[in-house]
Design a protein around this ligand. Sequence first.
Ligand SMILES: Cc1cc2nc3c(=O)[nH]c(=O)nc-3n(C[C@H](O)[C@H](O)[C@H](O)COP(=O)(O)OP(=O)(O)OC[C@H]3O[C@@H](n4cnc5c(N)ncnc54)[C@H](O)[C@@H]3O)c2cc1C
Length: 492
Amino acid sequence: MLNYWDIVFDYVCHRYLTMLVLLHKNAGAAAASQVRSIAKRLLTTTAAGSTTTTKTTPATEHYDIIIGGGGLVGTTLAAALAKNTTLADKKVLLLEGAPPFKGFNSSGPYQNRVSAINRNSVELFKSIDAWAHIEAARYKPVKQMQVWESNSNALIQFQHDNFASDVACIIENDLILDAVYARVRDSADNVKVLNKARIECVRLPGETGTAHSHVQLQDGRSFSCELLIGADGANSVVRKQMGVDVFSFNYERMGLVATLDLNMEEDSDNSVAWQRFLPTGPVALLPLSSKQSSLVWSTTVPHAKQLLAMESAQFVDALNEAFCREYPRLDVADKALQALNSFFGNSGSQHQRQYPPRVCGVQDGSRATFPLGFLHASSYVCNGAALVGDAAHRVHPLAGQGVNLGFSDVRILVETLATGAYAGFKLGDTQHLIKYERKCLAKNVPIMVGVHGLHTIYSTEFSPVVLLRSLGLQLTQNLPPIKNIFMKSAMG
Ligand SMILES: Cc1cc2nc3c(=O)[nH]c(=O)nc-3n(C[C@H](O)[C@H](O)[C@H](O)COP(=O)(O)OP(=O)(O)OC[C@H]3O[C@@H](n4cnc5c(N)ncnc54)[C@H](O)[C@@H]3O)c2cc1C
């Protein structure tokens, strides 16, 4: 029988799929397949795993929970499971394919991989005692965010004073890993970590003929568990074995990252994050310190390759130009914005765009590129398995949401497992795991659709779209309640 959550779940998924069909030209077939899969799940009480049979060696050790993938999300999940008092007696194994983490040196140069971390993620770190470690090292609170576009005067500003907290914090990815890994290593007796432990194949309860999931590593070692959690990123082996439909596509864009030196005074604040939407994709400066910022520049693949190959000085010129260059303006959009601003009683000076600090250098060896794509699994759970982080969903980095959604999964999954264990459910029981999936879908899907929508409407110079998006951005700027809604969902 369908309950309240079934209806909400059904509604959210259908709205999401309809929007994706409208937003992406190749979405039809994939969306239809997601609809089929969601409908199938709503009509059955247990989701079946894939029926592919893979030969594995008998398990040598049994755990309550195995986490496949020790990236930011998987390691944070291990720390959060260990910290939860209801789950503290569960034996947890964290399997990471890479060699042991080398640690983080907070007096060394800034790293090129950073994340804009929202308030909810900071709360999660606090709850697992990892925040003090980050605070004692280094991080940069963002007090204001300026977003503007290149084909009109439209601009939006988010300030921390409107929300009684910082807009976000910029933290190096390795520092986050260092902080959560320290919690696992120093205080989690029930969590074992294995490095160089690449999962080769997985068998779920439907295939093992038992209530357990099995994991086999490339080196032949084999383990069994009540619940296998796939935190193994966008190419998740666990997800593939779950046999869930996946809606994914490549943006044909690369995200270029780098650590930049700024032309600023030693004691300057540098607490503003800047993002300009260019026709090829957004370019963003995220503050790191008084004189350094981190770059995330999403652009076409050939352009990213060019930028990567340039001499440092040439690269710095190209970047400064990207922030200042005048693009063809849509007069009608600028006039409409003027009218809108005067309707709201705003003078031009209140909405004057400021310019980001001039970049004067790029740290040697800090430039790197990453392919950008969209991915969403039609289901995050099945009997004996669940997905978290990029294994379940991947978004464009333009709104800094990817890993924050993963941390939100962690919080929801740990809460769900704890209430389930208290109520006597088995850890891998789909009847209970489905509650995790529903809460995540209700949170993740609107954000993913919003982020993808922003990418889509800012990838065109088609005049009606430029006009509409400029008006949309300026209306949001002028109407604090709407701005607060956007801001609150981005801040977590
Ligand atoms: C340029 C760029 C900028 C970004 N900026 C932001 C931002 O500002 N804010 C934000 O919220 N997000 C941001 N993101 C997104 C964020 O980086 C990802 O969402 C996040 O790293 C995903 O973490 P994860 O742990 O789920 O997956 P991953 O980081 O992919 O980790 C997966 C782990 O699993 C391991 N693994 C994989 N396969 C196996 C296997 N078979 N066996 C064992 N281990 C395995 C891998 O070695 C890895 O350690 C950005 C992304 C990009 C590309």
